[in-house]
Design a protein around this ligand. Sequence first.
Ligand code: NOS
Ligand code: ZN
Length: 375
Amino acid sequence: MPESLTPELIKTAPKALLHDHLDGGLRPATILELSEQIGHELPADTVEGLGAWFAESADSGSLVRYLETFDHTIAVMQTAEGLARVARECVEDLAADGVVYAESRYAPEQHLAGGLSLDEVVTAVEDGIREGEALAAEAGRPIRVDTLVTAMRHAAKSREIAELAVRHRDAGVTGFDIAGAEAGFPPTRHLDAFEYLRRENFHFTIHAGEAFGLPSIWEAIQWCGAERLGHGVRIVDDLTLDGVPVTEIETPYADWSPEQVSAVQLGRLAAYVRDRRIPLEMCPSSNLQTGAAPSIAAHPITLLDRLRFRVTLNTDNRLMSGTSMSREMELLVAEAGWGLRHLRRVSVNAMKSAFLPFDQRLEIIENKIKPFYDD
Ligand SMILES: O=c1[nH]cnc2c1ncn2[C@@H]1O[C@H](CO)[C@@H](O)[C@H]1O
Ligand SMILES: [Zn+2]
């Protein structure tokens, strides 16, 4: 295993990313250029100014306000050209950051204002992704990117969107998700979609346990049958140490002794999630912005990893959080006591949990991830 964890080394590490929103990862320069073409008004007119505007506006402490910033990215993703370009650049940016496998998600229902059909939206995105994969391979940074089709939880289109995802299953769509404001929109509102997907042997994850707590996670798993949890960070609400909720203990999780960690008591839901190895798609920087976690040092990812939940590390929205996979890794190394073995574990966990066929997952673990960490 390589020894010192410099930013350069972190950048070269092969990474797997399961939770990244296509409409949350645009380059500011692309937003500026596409907005000008369509006459969309933006809150800033320089690359730096716009990047800063997204990061600051998303830094609101509220998921609902965080989500309002997406109006400006979605505005430039209403044509086949705009969608394909954003998808292509997403793949190139991830590849340049050392990502070897990613699942990129977006909600086709939000891209119909320019007259595209749902199927045309998906086709445009897949075209852009294939182009990006070809360019990344040419640049010596091969990457595989699949997509997850998302339905918005406040809307009532999830069954239609689930059918859309299944129609494109052999063209790059490997899963389904629901996203958007969580409080007031429980996963069971979309039960019909999830039951349909299960009958189709299709994969899905559910954003749950971010802005709302244990009941949302419980519904996602026990009613809807989610294979993975988007965020799932509030599962810590089900953990106690000597009868005290772990979130009320001030010592940073990295500094807890092994005895303290093994004395943590899991409630029934947390125990189920850990026993069943249900993957948690954790996104530290995003959680700080929406108020789902107080700081990197106090982010539950470190405790959940020490307790051997199936933790994965993700970006959520690279633009809104001004982040990348490398940056999320650097933050945990600098502020939460993470080392190479933690980075290895979340990377292998992510590949184990990917919606990619099993043989292809193994191939990436054995030929890309392990050789880097185990040499
Ligand atoms: O962290 C999140 N929690 C819930 N919804 C989100 C999050 N990030 C993005 N979206 C929502 O997902 C849509 C499709 O990509 C985005 O438009 C945004 O509304
Ligand atoms: Zn998300």
